[in-house]
Design a protein around this ligand. Structure first.
Ligand SMILES: Nc1nc2c(ncn2[C@@H]2O[C@H](COP(=O)(O)OP(=O)(O)OP(=O)(O)O)[C@@H](O)[C@H]2O)c(=O)[nH]1
Ligand SMILES: [Mg+2]
Length: 444
């Protein structure tokens, strides 16, 4: 893997005006750049007041500069952080001066990539940095912190250590078959492999939870026209977003809103009421609604009466469906003589905001969003893929050992360790790193 440590520079704060902006420079030996840009290399880990010098020796700004001498820095290289005023012109001029002084514009994620290549973070932690920045709920931010602090990596590493130790002993039984081995060695290794497999399965369950929290939930609101889907969406949104009328067939476009649900990001989609219709626009709305249902993690199925012609359609859906009976406020009125669904239905009135808390709780409970943030961590799809590969290899390995084939068993254990090593970044290739770091923002 090519590893360069030429000086790179990027603005680490968001684009636009702000009170302050931070330019970050990282590389091997920044003395020359520091001298040109701020007159000297400041003492390490001190806040130093410096004049920032432009290309024509003019003063661009006066800034606080912090110098981190590698390897005691984020990237493991020498790092300069220059805190200027956050004006767009100042930021542009400082960046130009840094480049004239010998740095080049950093690629997205290049600081984090260097941190990884220099062993400051493993791959899971580097990804957690990006996830922490992108977190939009308190829960996902906390879980990203857990990954960043190494909680996820430690569990993976502990499984790898157990597998290594089993593997070494297995190799011994293969290499020295005639030596005096205690008779129970193979069965003991089989049992230990099984224990590790169980531990891995537990970790996968946590990672699945973490992946769901990272991705957020997509919940589609469905039902016949006029049952109150858009009213419900507005209540969930806490503002008047969707058009509500007493006319059936009001909603045609899918309307999506983000809601924080027990710390988790849930996106609710309001859809057109499902019915057969001659109206071409409404037909398109129904088509889009059905498309949304296919991509959703769950559906809120809204009805007002016991008999609903969509019951059969909904029964065939493969996603979890929360059955909701809306307009309970009308129950007392004599005009509503139709039989009312009870039992499995959540009883709400969207218009009068009754029962909405119950709905929140039902969804949060179903997805097991229990706020047990200490034992969960944020996970990505990539992590699940590697964990599941390792789980499969361990299952094969365990079977092979059970059938007294240490060679086959050892091979499967190797595959499992390989997958887990890819997860933490012990094994990588440039494509994988490119895929991961290119999605980071510049300056990270
Ligand atoms: N009494 C009562 N009326 C409600 C309630 N929820 C919605 N409505 C009324 O029911 C009518 C239809 O509401 P919408 O939210 O537009 O229904 P929808 O399911 O989105 O309808 P379409 O977009 O046509 O599919 C409106 O007149 C709402 O005011 C409720 O809880 N109680
Ligand atoms: Mg509607």
């Amino acid at each position: 893997m090519s590893q360069s440590n030429d000086p790179i520079a990027a603005v680490a704060t968001p684009a636009g005006r702000g009170a302050l902006a931070i330019l970050r420079i990282s590389g091997h030996d920044l003395g020359h750049i520091a001298t040109r840009l701020i007159g000297r290399l400041p003492d390490a880990r001190n806040a130093t007041y410096c004049r920032v010098i432009g290309i024509e020796n003019e003063t661009i700004d006066n800034a606080i500069v912090i110098y981190f001498r590698g390897p005691q820095s984020f990237t493991g290289e020498d790092v300069l952080e220059i805190q200027t005023h956050g004006g767009a012109v100042i930021i542009r001029e400082v960046m130009r001066a840094a480049i004239a002084a010998g740095a080049r514009q950093a690629r997205p994620g290049e600081f984090s990539e260097r941190a990884f290549l220099n062993g400051k973070l493993d791959l899971i932690q580097a990804e957690a940095v990006a996830d922490l920045i992108e977190s939009s709920t308190t829960l996902s931010a906390r879980l990203a912190q857990n990954s960043l602090s190494g909680r996820f990596s430690q569990q993976v590493n502990s499984i790898v250590e157990s597998l290594k130790s089993i593997h070494i002993q297995l190799e011994a039984t293969i290499d020295f078959p005639d030596e005096e081995l205690p008779p129970l060695v193979l069965s003991e290794l089989t049992e230990r492999t099984n224990e590790v497999a169980i531990e891995l399965t537990r970790l996968i369950q946590q990672a699945e939870q973490g992946a769901r929290i990272r991705a957020g939930l997509n919940i589609v609101i469905i039902g016949r026209p006029n049952v109150g889907k858009s009213t419900l969406l507005n209540v969930l949104a806490g503002e008047d977003r969707a058009i509500v009328t007493s006319e059936a067939g009001t909603t045609r476009d899918v309307l999506s809103i983000d809601v924080e649900l027990g710390g988790l990001l849930a996106t609710f989609h309001d859809t057109a009421g499902l019915r057969d219709t001659e109206n071409a626009i409404e037909q398109e709305g129904v088509r889009r609604a059905k498309q949304k249902i296919e991509q959703a993690d769950a559906a809120l199925f809204v009805v007002t009466t016991d008999y609903d012609e969509l019951n059969d359609y909904v029964a065939d859906l493969t996603i979890p469906v929360f059955k909701i009976r809306n307009k309970i406020d009308l129950d007392a009125l004599d005009v509503m003589l139709e039989p009312r669904p009870t039992g499995a239905y959540l009883q709400i009135s969207a218009k009068h905001e009754l029962g909405i808390d119950l709905l929140h709780t039902a969804v949060a409970n179903y997805f097991n969003i229990d706020g047990d943030a200490d034992n969960t961590f944020l996970a990505r799809e990539r992590h699940l893929v590697e964990l599941l590969t390792a789980e499969e290899a361990l299952a094969f390995g365990h079977r092979a050992l059970f059938q007294a084939s240490p060679e086959l068993g050892a091979e499967q254990l190797r595959l499992a360790m390989r997958a887990l090593g890819t997860l933490t970044g012990e094994y990588t290739n440039e494509d994988l790193l490119g895929d991961i770091f290119s999605t980071f923002c510049i300056g990270k």
